[in-house]
Design a protein around this ligand. Structure first.
Ligand SMILES: Nc1nc2c(c(=O)[nH]1)N[C@H]1C(S)=C(S)[C@@H](COP(=O)(O)OP(=O)(O)OC[C@H]3O[C@@H](n4cnc5c(=O)[nH]c(N)nc54)[C@H](O)[C@@H]3O)O[C@H]1N2
Ligand SMILES: Nc1nc2c(c(=O)[nH]1)N[C@H]1C(S)=C(S)[C@@H](COP(=O)(O)OP(=O)(O)OC[C@H]3O[C@@H](n4cnc5c(=O)[nH]c(N)nc54)[C@H](O)[C@@H]3O)O[C@H]1N2
Ligand code: SF4
Ligand SMILES: [Mo]
Length: 748
């Protein structure tokens, strides 16, 4: 293998195309470069992609065989047949005793892998499982719910073409979130006709490029954004004509904004009224505003209400459905869709009665759903490609919850903090050893999908996730050869006959849920080069062509059933990524519910109308942002600590003024204490932080074993400090960016 091979970076949702050169040892990435042939990233990468060998070959505690826990807590290797049959028997037994819905599914994919998780619904159906969750339900569900209520369809920001880019609790310079983020930010900053507006208590790299940095007091976005919306009204900057055409509920919203004490709210946020006013006027004057909100507000006080007011700011100024604003995207697979039930309706979790958004139980209530004697409690959990014992709030409680279950099954590539607590661990190939893809397809107007081909062989005794799901489904008895035979016969006559036979099966609702495995076992083996895992994409391509025929046609795939087939072929062979749809911005209006925006969400507007003054936290002089994105963080995907070229210990950032007051210099150890826990970390004083604010990086504090068995832990695990019940009232998302904290110096 001496050729550059195309694949993608798996460390954030951008999934930049990369090319790798495998070294003479046949396993290490000797060189990595951006893939100029990738249609979205076009050669761009950030610093992190170049470290991917640490994911593939680093000290990760790679899993190489199925493992079963012994009574003493150690693990023993078992063969796959034993693993699958024992897991299946135990799941069937739990289902018989307590109902399949007592088996919970968590995860399904990280930043780089969604293909395997696409087969999980079949396993869920086979065992009667009903409840699931993933990391999305600890960050994005507030945004999804508000979006569903207002638009009936998820939208994304077209930052690249925007005159004004508005970032609310988002640091794209480090976290990205749209293609070629650093380059795009610099382009906007350089252009005198364009501006960046940032709401962030930290002077981030993004804030440094901004014309307007509103460096607010942590946790006060709801006041500042409400003041901005009110300024729009006060200064007659509302896009009345546009709203008359495109929105309902305008009057109710304006009535509330009329009563907002603008000056007082700016004072609460501690941002100069003049600055807020000029920034707001800049937004109103722009031809186009693209707005991105992220964890700084989605994991903070009033999170769901903030998601609402943030949208009001760009909707009241008419920034939807035109270039450089927001657009309703259509990916290959629907992501983030929710029915948008009002607060008193819609599905709820069985024990805590928490609102389920986009089919996901709030992460923060999972432990409550387990640690109880309620008869409907979860009894078992299947965890796939996620590390909830580390990534969810209140790790100690999460560990307790996992220990209380009758069965925990983990599918991963590495011995993670969660895997260590499992009864069975099922090892998968890494994302470079198998076909893989993500459904983070948000590009616009030309949307991109990349089916990555394996660039390295997998170790002998691991199985890709689709195969694991197929075996679990078969072990349950839900599918047998008898189900595959008619599809295989149809396939022998060609794909068209197969499509007809498959449609026939979809009519049977029980079988339809097993469709991923049906496709995998029938179409899968006929795909070239062992691309069985891509079978699911065949149905996805047909669906995409059915739902967005004009976009697919414009992308060059023709019309009708044949378009789906052509799109699938293109996906299968286009190793560098392909354009799947070519959309127009006007298409947004066809995708919205009734072609309109609903501006008034009564429950949330009522909160905006009556915001109480924030109270100071008596015993907690600091606000800790637990989990910041930095140049060398990547959730827990990279377990090998040596991938960090800087900030290996994950310093606690603190303002220079606070550090001076406490007599702290760079590298000094401090003890951070919260209501939930306490940990020692080195500090990094910086003038980027406000006084009273602290920040710890995310993804640190992993425990990795070196070859000789020594334990390597670097940094603090943020969720040893967070509480499960510090969360949003509407959708249960955690307030990780607002953890009241105290600092004590540690004697040297
Ligand atoms: N380098 C790197 N990139 C990543 C990841 C990673 O681990 N490392 N993870 C990926 C994932 S999973 C996600 S979800 C995204 C998240 O991406 P971001 O949300 O951009 O990341 P964060 O750094 O967690 O938070 C964003 C900003 O919120 C600010 N903030 C803190 N408190 C407040 C507040 O009260 N108000 C406001 N307005 N801002 C506040 C912080 O100072 C920070 O700059 O990043 C993705 N990209
Ligand atoms: N306090 C605090 N907590 C946070 C955050 C924060 O800001 N503060 N951020 C939150 C956010 S936004 C997110 S998205 C979550 C992320 O947290 P999680 O959803 O738990 O995901 P990751 O940390 O990305 O872990 C991914 C897992 O997938 C495994 N993996 C990698 N490749 C493969 C593969 O091919 N197959 C399988 N089966 N497994 C694989 C990795 O080994 C790892 O265990 O963390 C959240 N936790
Ligand atoms: S981490 Fe960097 S290189 Fe990797 S996908 Fe994200 S932006 Fe691209
Ligand atoms: Mo995330």
């Amino acid at each position: 293998m001496t050729e550059w091979q195309p694949t993608a970076c798996i460390l954030c949702e951008c999934n930049c195309g990369i090319q790798v050169l495998v070294g003479p040892d046949g396993r290490s990435f000797e060189k990595i470069r951006g893939d100029k042939l990738h249609p979205a990233s076009a050669g761009y990468t950030c610093n992190k992609a170049l470290q991917l060998d640490h994911y593939q070959n680093g000290r990760t505690g790679r899993l190489t065989a199925p493992l079963r826990r012994r009574p003493d807590g150690t693990f023993e290797e078992i063969d796959w047949d034993t693993a699958i049959s024992e897991i299946s028997e135990r799941m069937l037994r739990i289902g018989a005793e307590h109902g399949g819905e007592s088996i919970f599914y968590y995860g399904g994919g990280g930043q780089g892998n969604h293909l395997g998780g696409g087969y999980a619904p079949a396993t869920m159906a086979a065992y009667g499982m009903r409840y699931r969750s993933s990391a999305l339900a600890q960050e994005k569900t507030g945004d999804f719910w508000v979006g569903a209520r207002m638009a009936g369809h998820p939208v994304r920001a077209d930052v690249e073409h925007a005159e004004v880019a508005l970032f609310v609790g988002k640091n794209p310079y480090q976290s990205h979130g749209f293609p070629r983020a650093r380059a795009v930010l610099k382009e906007i900053a350089r252009d005198p006709g364009r501006s960046i507006v940032v709401l962030d208590p930290v002077r981030t790299e993004t804030a440094e490029l901004a014309e307007f940095h509103l460096q607010l007091r942590p946790g006060t976005d709801v006041y500042l954004l409400t003041a901005m919306a009110a300024i729009l009204l006060r200064d007659n900057l509302i896009a009345h004509d546009w709203l008359a055409e495109h929105a309902d509920g305008v009057e109710e919203v304006l009535a509330v904004l009329r009563t907002v004490p603008i000056e007082k709210y700016c004072a609460i946020a501690d941002v100069d009224l003049e600055l807020v006013t000029t920034a707001t006027r800049r937004i109103a004057r722009a031809e186009s505003v693209a707005a991105l909100e992220d964890l700084g507000v989605q994991m903070n006080r009033y999170s769901t209400v903030v998601s609402y007011v943030e949208k009001l700011v760009w909707l009241l100024t008419g920034n939807l459905g035109k270039s450089g604003t927001q657009y309703a995207f259509s990916g290959l697979v629907a992501l983030g869709h929710d029915r948008g039930h009002p607060a008193d309706a819609g599905p709820r979790s069985p024990v805590a009665g928490a609102r389920i958004v986009s089919g996901l139980v709030p992460c923060n209530v999972i432990s409550e759903e387990i640690l109880t004697d309620h008869p409907a409690r979860y009894r078992a959990m299947v965890v796939e490609s996620a590390n909830p014992a580390h990534s969810l709030a209140d790790s100690a409680r999460m560990r307790e919850a996992l220990a209380a279950l009758d069965l925990v099954v983990v599918i991963d590539i590495a011995m993670t903090e969660t895997a260590r607590l499992a009864d069975y661990i099922l090892p998968a190939p890494t994302q470079f050893e198998k076909y893989e893809a993500t459904f983070f397809n948000f590009e616009f107007p030309r949307n991109i999908f990349q089916l990555r081909h394996p660039v390295l062989p997998a170790p002998p005794n691991v199985l890709p996730e689709p195969e694991i799901h197929a075996r679990l489904v078969e072990a349950s008895g839900a599918l047998t050869e008898d189900d595959y035979a008619p599809l295989r016969e149809a396939l022998a006559q060609g794909r068209e006959a197969f499509a007809m036979a498959f449609l026939g099966i979809l009519a049977d609702r029980r079988k339809a849920k097993l469709a991923p495995v049906l496709l995998y076992r029938t179409l899968g083996p006929t795909l070239p080069d062992g691309a069985d895992a891509a079978a699911l994409l065949w149905a996805a391509a047909y669906n995409c062509a059915r739902k967005n025929p004009t976009g697919v046609e414009r992308a060059g795939y023709g019309t009708g059933l044949a378009a789906g087939e052509r799109l699938f072929e293109a996906i299968l062979t286009g190793k560098h990524g392909v354009v799947i749809t070519d959309d127009t911005v006007e298409e947004t209006w066809n995708r919205l519910r009734d072609g309109k925006i609903t501006l008034n969400i009564p429950e949330l507007l009522a909160v905006v109308a009556d915001l109480p003054e924030p109270r100071a936290e008596q015993d907690w002089p600091f606000v800790l942002a637990a989990g910041e994105r930095r140049a060398f963080t990547a959730n827990t995907i990279m377990r090998d600590p040596s991938w960090r070229k800087r900030d290996g210990g994950g310093a606690l950032r603190i303002s220079t003024a606070d550090a001076r007051r406490l007599g702290l210099s760079a590298g000094d150890l401090v003890r951070v204490t919260t209501r939930r826990g306490s940990t020692e970390v080195p500090v990094e004083p910086t003038d980027r932080m406000r006084s009273g604010h602290l920040a710890l990086p995310n993804g640190l504090g992993l425990t990795v074993f070196d070859a000789d068995g020594t334990v390597l832990t670097s940094g603090a695990a943020p969720n040893e400090l967070t509480e499960y019940d510090s969360r949003d009232e509407w959708v249960g998302t955690p307030w990780h960016k607002y953890v009241p904290a105290r600092l004590d110096t540690v004697p040297a």
